[in-house]
Design a protein around this ligand. Sequence first.
Ligand code: E4P
Length: 220
Amino acid sequence: MKFFLDSAMVDEIAYALDMWNIDGVTTNPRHVQASGKPMLQVIREIGRLVEGTDKTVSVEVNPHYKTVDEFVSEGRKLAAIHPNFVIKLHCIEPAFKAIPILARDGIRVNVTLIFSATQALAAMRAGAYYVSPFIGWKEANAEETCSLIEDIVDIRDNYGFETQVLVAAVRNGRQIADAAVAGADIVTAALAVYKDAFDHPYTRDGLVKFQEFWDKSRYE
Ligand code: E4P
């Protein structure tokens, strides 16, 4: 399963590429705002970090857009900036018409803000490159999400869609493992989520114990 970093902070992305060889990046309007930089500037900077690789960077169109023409023209504009960009379209009806139009130009679409298997099916049927169910938002609303991921993966496999299932808004290590068990292709999470997930208090406790034994032993 691929690990994407959910961020528009250039220093975080550079760290995650270097330390964990992350497979891609997802951005959204919240991340762009947090970067403190104009969107076009920050996505160009992120594009430079993945230059010459096959790592994708998902960049989101204006969330106020609601027509096919807006999706297509902004999608073309953003995709022209960098070959690794995948265009994030929010999961509303015009996206299903815009996806094949963009696909004919070789432009890949990540359908974002997905909360049901039926939304994911509609996006996959239209030819989405990624579908992004937001599991953290559902769990914050006390909704169970393992079956949602399993259902989307099953639907994809039942019909042979080529779409990759990108589990988004991941908040902890348990959700990363759940996504892997359910057969998701990708998770995207914040830097702090990965750092927490890769750590364990027993590992740290065990290390202290082993260091004590080490200090009382001889090496040669
Ligand atoms: C995914 O592509 C989204 O950017 C992201 O996971 C949304 O989650 P957030 O609530 O962490 O912004």
